[in-house]
Design a binder for this molecule. Structure first.
Ligand SMILES: [Zn+2]
Length: 579
């Protein structure tokens, strides 16, 4: 039997149930209403967003611009811009400090059919800023008199990381202390040979005469070009850091001259690429590293130039007359046999095969003239430089402008060869959105920085500033004013190359101070190698013809080299200020 008390309880329960049902219905309604409103907000926000900004991308130099620099950014959009006004505001402030109108460019970049230029050269106030257009903004950048010292301080560290042998390297221990266990290509020489030291050329542990000589020459040339900018001594050991690093290269180059008229041109062969990632001190091939003997007019040219400039600088800066004389003797010996050797050295394993030699011979001859004042070297240098002409390029092997620069200091007509290059680069620059002075290649960043380098030399000779924009565009390209909006130097800028193809970086959590990635490459080249890579947000900005992969496996786009670093050090050092 059910008592009245039970009825009351049941009524109460059914009352609770009714309240629960009403509550549930109310909640359902509120949730639906809330979701509807959120969706509506997103929809409205998106339509405002696309009307205002259309997913536009602003590309600029992420380090920034010196107060008086030409200052430009590039804007890419798939659809035409509705808003053409841009504002510059300080970081964290809403106050507009400068504004202007974007200018439509005649060229486009792949799917970005609408590209615009932003020129804010007239804005010179020191500070940290962003550019705003509608709801979009750029990465931050600075305007400051003195901006590039940090870049240079970083770049110089890369060489130290690349050091081989008992040379006090960073990020790894002494390595390859038995270089080399045998010498190939010289039947007169048996047994081992001391070619310890120097630098690993890139991510692998092979060492090359051509790129080591280029790098060493550039480091000394850099110091000689402007001692106030390149005489810095960050480790306070009394030796300019640039020359301390050059000495690592020089000592190795001297060892490569193992007999009066002979040279080692390479240490280690392609076996190096077959044993997988390992730290250099743990290299299972350390007792299986052959050296290769070889010679050619090309090698004699750059080798002679490097030892001749060293003899002059070590005498003037360090009063080290003995070392200076040793360098000069070897340089003159090797130069004397230039007509008895092949044009192009073909020793080694085919990596870094050169294709020119007149420009390098000219550089060797003019440096010998500057070291000795012997007029016959000057006569040779002029003859060779005329044979070389303009090379319309820049890489470790295309350096005619260095000889032309030295010669033009004596006879101004040689500056015309550099001018030819600059006119060619300038025509290229004007035919694209990002103003690249040269075509994409394996080593794009090195070539583009080489364009800037040649402008710096030409302006130093003539005072003509006609190509300033050309140089600044290449400088800025490498620091983020490019389709991907990435700085190609490790830890420089907001977004930078992080996944270098580097064994030492791999074992150090990706850390690789001062490394410059080789940069974007043509699809026709990448296609040949078919390197697998992870999907990345940068892929969206790859075009049909040019691609960049920030991927550890990509040795075409992401491997740093000592040659690129040497070029970068000169260019960014030129824009630095140590006073
Ligand atoms: Zn090593």
């Amino acid at each position: 039997m059910i008592g009245s008390g039970q009825i009351i309880v049941d009524l109460l329960i059914s009352g609770f149930n009714r309240i629960k049902i009403v509550y549930k219905l109310l909640m359902k309604f509120l949730i639906k209403y809330f979701i509807y409103n959120v969706l509506l907000c997103i929809l409205l926000y998106n339509s405002t967003y696309s009307a205002d900004t259309q997913n536009i991308y602003i590309r600029l130099n992420q380090i920034g611009y010196r107060s008086q620099d030409i200052k430009t950014a590039v804007l890419m959009s798939i659809t035409p811009l509705y808003v053409t006004r841009y504002d510059i505001k300080s970081l964290g402030s809403n106050k507009v400090l400068y504004s202007g109108t974007v200018i439509k460019l005649n060229h486009n970049y792949d799917k970005f059919k609408y590209c615009y230029s932003i020129d804010f050269s007239k804005f010179t106030l020191d500070g940290i800023y962003k550019i705003y257009i509608g709801n979009s903004s750029s990465y931050q950048f600075r305007i400051k008199k003195n901006l590039y010292n940090d870049v240079v301080d970083s770049l110089i560290l890369f060489f130290r990381e690349q050091r081989c042998g008992p040379t006090d390297p960073i990020l790894h221990k002494k390595c390859h202390l038995s270089d080399a266990v045998r010498l190939m290509g010289d039947s007169d020489h048996t047994g081992n040979i001391d070619v310890t030291g120097g630098w690993h050329d890139a991510s692998d542990y092979i060492k090359f005469l051509s790129t080591t000589a280029y790098t060493t020459y550039m480091l000394i040339f850099t110091y000689d070009f402007d001692k106030s900018k390149f005489g810095f001594d960050n480790d306070k050991d009394g030796v300019p850091d640039v020359l301390a690093e050059a000495k690592i290269g020089l000592d190795w180059l001297l060892r490569c001259n193992y007999s009066k008229y002979k040279l080692v041109t390479q240490v280690q062969d392609l076996k190096d690429h077959e044993v997988g990632f390992r730290m250099p001190e743990n290299d299972s091939l350390q007792y299986d590293r052959p050296a290769f003997a070889g010679i050619g007019k090309n090698q004699i040219g750059i080798y002679t130039a490097t030892l001749a400039i060293a003899s002059r600088v070590w005498s003037a800066r360090f009063k080290n007359y003995e070392f200076s004389k040793q360098c000069l003797n070897i340089a003159e010996n090797l130069y004397s046999i230039r007509d008895k050797v092949p044009d192009i050295d073909t020793s080694g394993t085919g990596i870094y095969r050169d294709n020119t030699f007149w420009g390098k011979l000219a550089l060797g001859a003019i440096e010998l003239y500057l070291a000795t004042k012997n007029p016959s070297y000057l006569t040779d240098a002029m003859r060779y430089a005329d044979r070389a002409g303009s090379d319309y390029w820049w890489s470790w092997g295309n350096i005619n402008s260095l000889a032309d620069y030295r010669l033009a200091k004596i006879n101004p007509r040689f500056s015309a060869y550099i001018l030819n290059n600059l006119n060619f680069f300038n025509t290229n620059k004007d035919s694209s959105v990002f103003n690249e002075g040269l075509a994409y290649s394996w080593g794009t960043t090195n070539s583009l920085l080489g364009v800037a380098l040649q402008e710096i030399l030409y302006k130093d000779l003539t005072g003509i500033d006609q190509f300033d924009t050309l140089a600044i565009d290449q400088r800025d390209y490498v620091l983020g004013r490019n389709p991907w909006g990435i700085s190609f130097i490790y830890n420089i800028g907001t977004v930078y190359t992080k996944h270098f193809h580097s064994q030492i970086a791999y074992f150090n959590g990706g850390y690789l101070p001062g490394a410059v990635s080789a940069g974007p490459a043509p699809e026709v080249l990448l296609k040949k190698y078919r390197i697998n890579h992870n999907i990345s947000s940068f892929d969206y900005f790859n075009s049909n013809s040019v691609k960049y992969y920030d991927d550890i496996s990509n040795y075409i786009t992401n491997e740093p080299t000592i040659s690129s670093n040497a070029t970068a050090l000169f260019v960014y050092g030129f824009y630095s200020d140590r006073k």
